[in-house]
Design a protein around this ligand. Structure first.
Ligand code: NAI
Length: 480
């Protein structure tokens, strides 16, 4: 492992492999590449110091280098301890023109298989800007970077970091420890940093949820763009992305034939819809759980059985949680599962499956089959196979979503960064979504690559349905 300088990755010698895959990905990411071409001259992100916390994959490498091409300086971490692709991290750290001996890329602090202490250390490092108080923009996925700044400001105002509660998750103890160290050396670090932050763009459902909560509580410190709810993000990445990467993760982890098996998908939102479709596509008999009558009815009309976890616990071969909610699969559930049932989560955080409760069962044993695949043996001798320790399995056991779908998400991210950075006066401390014409633009950038030929409205037709010939074509209330 070679880690020197202002970055930390697993192995810089992987950079050449990473660079080859980045080249392949660029061709599959027409949205990002045409944004690079569009803004090459005007450099709208010149002066932007972007701290990014988003899975350090090959696709993210293309995003990072797009931000750099638009003029930004960037520092990066993964938003999950298992999601980094080490060759991607190495290639970004080395940069397109550097070598492992002379790295010239973006400071990346990320490797596959971090501890929680390392994860928060990395996040802290990516926020520490040489010669500056910190970043002036955040690009977040799940809201951990935004949370750290907000908690930092809160505790600096209080003059102390509180002691964690026993009921707080283990990870929160680490967050508090990270902030305690920061406060000991600089009592105003996050307060000064936050004052300089012009905004955050947030990638995912769970992070967006946190932002709206902060806004509701009146604690949001800077403007935010909810990238997730661009149609070309959540209706594509969450759905078609998971349709691809869910079974990729299950296959790489277990190589178990999915056809003929019974699969339970908890949650039938955007992610759940994509997951259910991919499992059905492999020939599984798919069952859904939902709490929302609308999504439950959708699942039923799509032809799935909809019932509760308890109802089918003993017949299911593959369990997948997609809810963004906690305590979906409990330790008591896991005790009742079939021998060698596969259990995994694709939602953002690891609280959907109660691993802590599982570990506390009397007589329970955990055996590593390979990294991110563990067999848990119960006192009665039956076992279950847990993927990625309950963290998102498509990034832990596979390589996340493929380039083409991420080009849509990351085109939205890039446009959102440009919006917040260049139009500072126009955004308050609220949560915004990108206007529909930009959403349509992102979609448009991906049509040619798929050979799509759009029908053009005549002026007469446009008038008849009450839209402009060049769009937007739908009201904001339209659901797609
Ligand atoms: P969503 O809100 O569209 O769907 C979640 C669904 O779960 C909702 O329909 C909700 O009614 C249902 N639900 C909530 N509690 C439940 C319970 N106790 N039992 C059964 N169903 C329940 O959200 P979306 O966009 O599908 O995202 C879900 C999660 O996946 C979020 O944490 C999000 O951040 C994450 N995500 C992960 C990705 C990945 O690559 N792994 C990609 C995109 C999103």
């Amino acid at each position: 492992s070679t880690t020197t300088g202002d970055f930390k990755v697993a192995d810089l010698s992987l950079a050449a492999f990473g660079r080859k895959e980045i080249k392949l990905a660029e061709h599959e990411m027409p949205g990002l590449m045409s944004i690079r071409a569009e803004y090459a001259k005007t450099q709208p992100l010149k002066g932007a110091r972007i701290m990014g916390s988003l899975h350090m994959t090959i696709q993210t490498a293309v995003l990072i280098e797009t931000l750099v091409e638009l003029g930004a300086t960037v520092r990066w971490v993964s938003c999950n301890i298992f999601s980094t692709q080490d060759h991607a991290a190495a290639a970004v750290a080395v940069g397109p023109n550097g070598t492992p001996e002379n790295p010239q890329g973006v400071p990346v602090f990320a490797w596959k298989g971090e501890t929680l202490e390392e994860y928060w250390w990395c996040t802290d490092q990516a926020m520490s800007w040489p010669g500056e108080a910190g970043p002036n923009m955040i690009l977040d996925d799940g809201g951990d970077a935004t949370m750290l700044v907000h908690k930092g400001v809160e505790f600096e105002a209080a003059g102390a970091v509180p002691q964690p509660d026993d009921s707080d998750p283990e990870e929160y103890h680490v967050v508090l420890e990270t902030l305690r160290k920061s406060l000991a050396t600089d009592k105003q670090r996050f307060t000064t940093m936050a004052a300089g932050i012009k905004g955050v763009t947030e990638e995912t459902t769970t992070g967006v949820h946190r932002l709206y909560e902060m806004h509701k509580a009146g604690t949001l410190l800077f403007p935010a763009i909810n990238v997730n709810d661009s149609v070309t993000k959540s209706k594509f990445d969450n759905k078609y992305g998971c349709r691809h990467s869910l079974i990729d993760g299950i296959n790489r982890a277990t190589d178990t034939l999915i056809g003929g098996k019974v699969a339970l998908v908890c949650g039938y939102g955007d992610v759940g819809k994509g997951c259910a479709e991919s499992l059905r596509g492999q020939g599984a008999r798919v069952i859904i759980t939902e709490i929302d009558p609308i999504c439950a009815l959708q699942a039923a009309m799509d032809g799935y059985q909809v019932t509760t976890v308890e109802d089918v616990i003993s017949i299911v071969d593959i369990f997948v949680t997609t809810t963004g909610n906690k305590d979906i699969i409990t330790a008591a559930h896991m005790e009742q599962m079939k021998h060698q049932a596969i259990v995994g989560n694709i939602g953002h955080f690891d609280n959907e499956i109660d691993i802590a409760g599982l570990a506390k069962l009397p007589g329970i044993k955990r055996d590593e089959i390979k990294p991110q695949v563990h067999e848990w043996t119960f006192a009665d001798g039956h076992t279950i196979i847990m993927l990625s320790e309950g963290r998102l399995l498509n990034l832990g056991n596979a390589t996340g979503h493929p380039s083409f779908v991420m080009s849509n998400s990351f085109a939205n991210q890039t446009i959102a960064q440009v919006e917040l950075f260049t139009k500072q006066g126009e955004y308050d401390k609220q949560v915004y979504v990108l206007p529909k014409h930009l959403d349509e633009k992102v979609a448009r950038l991906h049509l040619d690559a798929l050979g799509v030929k759009l029908t053009e409205l005549s002026k007469d037709q446009a008038d008849y349905i009450g839209v402009a010939v060049e769009g937007p074509y739908k009201p904001d209330t339209y659901r797609y």
